[in-house]
Design a protein around this ligand. Structure first.
Ligand SMILES: Nc1ncnc2c1ncn2[C@@H]1O[C@H](COP(=O)(O)OP(=O)(O)OP(=O)(O)O)[C@@H](O)[C@H]1O
Ligand SMILES: [Mg+2]
Length: 349
């Protein structure tokens, strides 16, 4: 997938994250970055983690994956990975043993570790770390925390009183889904802020697409990508990549190619747009360069001749070639479509 370096836009969200980090010094608090798949939660979460590290806060982080949600204490192991040897000696022996067994550092002797002993050990560890300075518990994709880790995290967060500990978590929520915090975000409601991550601003979306796709897409086409993706850069980048396989950038009345995997999610979104903004003439586009077809049945503009020269190194087209996609160069854009050179490029915030 095309990658974008740096963070485009998100000034408000990064400001909220910075204010949250400021506030951690005065007591336990949490910030949940909630949003749909691909909207940019991890990007903001990562910027927050970097900000916390730059302030010399201790960051305990975990990025659980869906496939790991059934692995007991997997996330707890991530969170404590860098500090376990530091915190163990300060814990009472039964808690030390329970934590060692839970984290697979020791064979269980007799019965399995008492869950409450693991919870108490984690709370004790967080308290001792917080006595030395602010601690950020950073979890990306909180919804995939394994059950035992979520219970342990809830237990500890609920019992913190005035320690400088912050929970910075991202959580994926369905569009229009419920707003209840997932397991693991155990702070009282007054100490837990939920920040809804919405679409990127159009200018930031455009700059990010150009940063990924070179500056080869016209502003009009980039605007169509914004409308189709609802400002979701993950989807926008996928659409831009599908465009990269076409012989020519579609004219305004021509369909956008849509990767098969995105067709369902994007057509539901398009159906919700006002008729004037709806692109009625796009079609499923699995792979390879096919000529777009409009809803009136006409095929779109003929493909231009293939370039004999290879695309510039690092451009979206050279990457498409490298990945085996049979993508020819774009033919010259018509004057009507051509975007003024140098327009719209922005420096990442
Ligand atoms: N503001 C931004 N600046 C630069 N790139 C961004 C920005 N927002 C999103 N992206 C890019 O879009 C893609 C998806 O973003 P990200 O991974 O942050 O989304 P997500 O909400 O965490 O998705 P998921 O729900 O799948 O975890 C990534 O390639 C990321 O680099
Ligand atoms: Mg993510």
């Amino acid at each position: 997938m095309p990658e974008v370096r740096g963070v485009f836009g998100r000034g408000h969200e990064l400001g909220v994250v910075a204010a949250f980090l400021d506030g951690v010094r005065s007591g336990p608090s949490g910030l949940l970055l909630a949003g749909e798949a691909g909207i940019g939660k991890t990007t903001i979460w990562s910027a927050g983690v970097a900000d916390a590290a730059a302030r010399s806060y201790l960051v305990l982080s975990s990025r659980p994956a869906e496939a790991e949600a059934k692995l007991s204490f997997a996330a707890l192991g991530d969170l404590l990975a860098g500090v376990i040897e530091q915190v163990l000696p300060g814990l009472p022996p039964p808690q030390q043993n329970a934590l060692r067994v839970a984290l697979l550092l020791e064979d269980p002797v007799g019965s399995p570790p008492e869950p409450r002993a693991v919870c108490a050990a984690f709370l004790g560890a967080i308290r001792s770390l917080a006595a030395q300075g602010p601690v950020i518990i950073a979890v990306d994709d909180l919804q995939w925390l394994d059950g035992p880790s979520a219970v342990t995290l809830d237990y500890a967060l609920r019992r913190l009183t005035d320690e400088p500990v912050g929970l910075l978590a991202s959580v994926r929520v369905a569009v229009g889904g419920p707003d209840t915090p997932p397991a693991g975000a155990g702070l009282p409601a007054g100490r837990l802020r939920r920040l809804r991550i919405g679409p990127l601003a159009p200018a930031d979306f455009e700059a990010a697409i150009w940063a990924s796709a070179g500056d080869r897409l016209s502003r009009l086409t980039t605007r169509r990508l914004f409308d189709a993706s609802g400002g979701n850069l993950l989807y926008g980048l996928e659409l831009a990549r599908a465009l990269g396989r076409l012989e020519a950038e579609p004219l305004p009345e021509e369909p956008l190619p849509v990767p098969a995997g995105l067709f369902g999610v994007l057509s539901a979104r398009i159906a919700g747009l006002p008729a004037a903004s709806r692109m009625s003439c796009w079609r499923r586009h699995a792979s390879g360069p096919r000529r777009p077809r409009c809803s009136n049945g006409r095929t779109a503009r003929r493909p231009g001749p293939r370039c004999s020269r290879p695309p510039p190194r690092g451009s979206w087209r050279s990457r498409a070639r490298a990945s085996g996609s049979p993508t020819p160069c774009l033919p010259r854009r018509s004057t009507r479509e051509r975007r003024p050179r140098g327009a719209g490029r922005r420096t990442a915030d």
